[in-house]
Design a protein around this ligand. Structure first.
Ligand code: ZN
Ligand code: ZN
Length: 635
């Protein structure tokens, strides 16, 4: 019998008889492995476990925990769904069922169902899983034969006609479907996997509105039930915390059809916005940044110089004024180059760190706009540092320390760094690129900050460091960026006189730490579930009266706290004290100060926190000092 040579991912090699299946190969290694693998990959091509191998090659045996294994599992789950649908609704016409993030979908014609029908379909899927139906691959070498097989399904007929090469089908007991594969070997795999039908949506055949509207069933599918449960719990928590929902409930932010993608920060949301600005401005003062206030509308000549006209025009809002073409600025960098050029610079003027919170406008497609995370109008904690090459290291050290302070000491985020290096299409001197990349890597090492390298992922104008955070739900967000730019200074002809009396081109560093303030606030709302720390909190304290006669005293208390810069409200409505306390807790007010006869007589307040803890009475003057100190420390 002829032999084939199989190479495993660890480099080891074994000979097997020609026609051996990946399943048999797995079995020859161990029973445990054979039980856990669901598909295989031979020389980069996905194959079923039951496929007899006619030739050798590199064989990867995949489990549901491997990304490609998970895709195959999800795709097979789509077929399991179609199988169940065909059993329950024999007239339904299956079309396509690909894997997607978190699961799969399958589109059907002639299937009139609602979300209420999903449990019944899911139960049928579980029944088929219990039946351990084996899947069998059928090759259609004869197109006419394939067309005959699917003659009753015009969608499959259209697909078969479109295939250049032959097609294949999978038979699962009483159900057969056109498919390229691979599939899990046996529906019993779904007794262990975690799956759940999620929702129904409408979808046009091939995504084109002139075509028939199909019924799309979405399903979730994970390697294990435990992973499915963890996903469902996280999604439920994320829905509770959705910043659009909490933004409405807590009167933080609103949107209006008259200005799509442009958030209105309401009274409480504006507090968050301004507190973040004040925080960044305090940091700037400590770190030698200088703020400017700049125009929003610029002649297209600026964008021609910067290169945005050529590469970014689609994303810019255009205006016509006095017969000239203008645009709203999508970023600050070019305007800061104009500021740099406003006066002659010598090495003594560098590094020059220009900060700007100007509103930026980017013409994002209306369909992708979403809450605070995808907007058309936003501001950044943006800055541009112009420095000499020999100052670069110190600047990077300073920027990393700044980032670390904000993420670690103020927001207590889990964060990670990535260094992106020279892409294939780059501009500028290769030697300068190499030197800068080495410098960034060396600086990160020296700071003891671990990072990953994204080879070739830098911008065309320079390498960059991206910093991502993990929020309270473990979701990752990319926020901060530190980007070197060798090009823009050249395009604008920026120069400085060096110590050597010669003209030099400065290096530009773009940085944002919070990134878009709008997006950052959206993330914060969800991260804190609107339970903001004292310094950010829109209402830091609420004085609650027991009876109407305590109102003047409550106003005295509020005044004393406000004098310390605290944001205080008085609730002297004729409601019960317990109801007023409960509402303050729901509003996420940090401190609830109850005043009655005893407190009035003693000059005290009875302090509670929003978590329901009672902290006892305190003289209100002393409390005002303590709260002011707590807010100032941004703990
Ligand atoms: Zn398939
Ligand atoms: Zn920039």
């Amino acid at each position: 019998m002829a032999k084939i040579k199989i190479t495993f991912p660890d480099g080891s090699q074994h000979a097997y008889e020609k026609g051996a299946t990946p399943s048999e190969i797995a079995q020859s290694i161990s029973d445990g492995l054979a039980r856990s693998v669901i598909v295989a990959k031979l020389d980069g091509k996905m194959v079923d476990l039951t496929r007899p191998l006619e030739k050798g090659g590199t064989l990867v045996l995949l489990k549901p925990t491997d990304p490609e294994g998970l895709d195959a599992l999800r795709h097979s789950c789509a077929h399991l769904l179609a199988h169940a649908v065909k059993r329950l609704y024999p007239k339904a016409l299956p079309t396509l069922g690909p894997p997607v993030e978190h699961g799969f979908y399958y589109d059907f014609d002639k299937l009139d169902i609602s979300n209420e029908d999903l449990p019944r379909i899911e139960a049928e899927m579980r029944k088929i899983a219990k039946e351990h139906v084996r899947s069998e691959r059928i090759e259609h070498t004869d197109k006419a034969e394939a067309l005959r097989t699917y003659a009753k399904n015009p969608y499959k007929v259209e697909m078969i006609k479109g295939f250049e090469e032959g097609s294949s089908s999978y038979r699962h007991g009483d159900f057969q479907d056109l498919c390229r594969g691979p599939h899990v070997p046996d529906s019993g795999v779904f007794e262990k996997a975690g799956f759940k039908l999620d929702k129904i949506a409408g979808a046009y055949w091939r995504g084109k509105s002139e075509n028939t509207m199909l019924t799309r069933i979405y399903g979730l599918c994970f390697a294990t039930k435990k992973e499915l449960d963890a996903f469902l719990a996280q999604r439920e928590e994320a829905e509770k915390r959705d910043h659009r929902k909490l933004g409405r409930e807590h009167e933080l932010v609103m949107f209006h059809e008259y200005s799509p993608g442009s958030p209105f920060f309401l009274f409480k949301g504006a507090v968050l916005y301004n507190e973040l600005l004040a925080f960044v401005r305090e940091e700037y003062a400590q770190r030698g940044y200088r703020e400017v206030v700049t125009p929003l509308v610029y002649d297209k000549a600026l964008w021609e110089t910067s290169g945005h006209w050529e590469h970014y025009r689609e994303d810019m809002f255009m205006l016509e004024i006095d017969g000239r073409e203008f645009s709203l600025k999508p970023m600050n960098c070019p305007s800061h180059c104009l500021i740099y050029k406003n006066s002659a610079k010598s090495y003594r003027d560098l590094p020059l760190r220009i900060a700007d919170f100007a509103p930026l406008h980017r013409n994002e497609l209306k369909g992708v706009l979403s809450g605070l995370t995808r907007v058309r109008k936003f501001s950044q904690d943006d800055s541009h540092t112009f420095c000499a090459e020999e100052q670069l290291e110190a600047e990077i050290v300073g920027l990393l320390a700044f980032t670390k302070h904000v993420y670690e000491e103020v927001f207590h985020f889990d964060y990670s760094l990535a260094l992106s290096t020279r892409p294939e299409k780059f501009m500028g001197d290769k030697k300068l690129w190499d030197k800068a990349e080495k410098l960034l890597a060396k600086t990160l090492d020296k700071q003891g900050m671990p990072y990953t390298v994204n080879e070739g992922d830098g911008a065309f104008y320079g390498p960059k460091i991206d910093i991502g955070i993990k929020d309270a739900l473990g979701r990752e967000w990319q926020l901060a960026t530190i980007q070197l730019d060798f090009q823009l200074p050249l395009r604008f002809g920026l120069e400085y006189e060096g110590g050597d009396g010669q003209r030099h081109t400065p290096i530009m560093i773009h940085k944002a730490i919070l990134g878009s303030l709008e997006r950052f606030i959206g993330i914060l709302i969800e991260h804190y579930a609107a339970k903001f720390p004292l310094w950010l909190s829109p209402v830091q304290a609420r004085v609650v009266t027991i009876a109407d006669r305590h109102r003047p005293y409550a106003e005295d208390v509020a005044r004393a706290l406000r004098q310390q810069g605290l944001r205080v409200e008085v609730d002297s409505r004729g409601e019960t004290t317990s109801k007023k306390i409960r509402e303050a807790q729901l509003d996420q007010v940090n401190y609830i100060l109850v005043v009655g006869d005893k407190e009035l007589a003693d000059g005290t307040v009875n302090v509670r926190t929003r978590d329901g803890k009672v902290h006892g009475t305190k003289r209100y003057g002393k409390l005002a000092d303590e709260l002011a100190a707590e807010a100032k420390a941004r703990k």
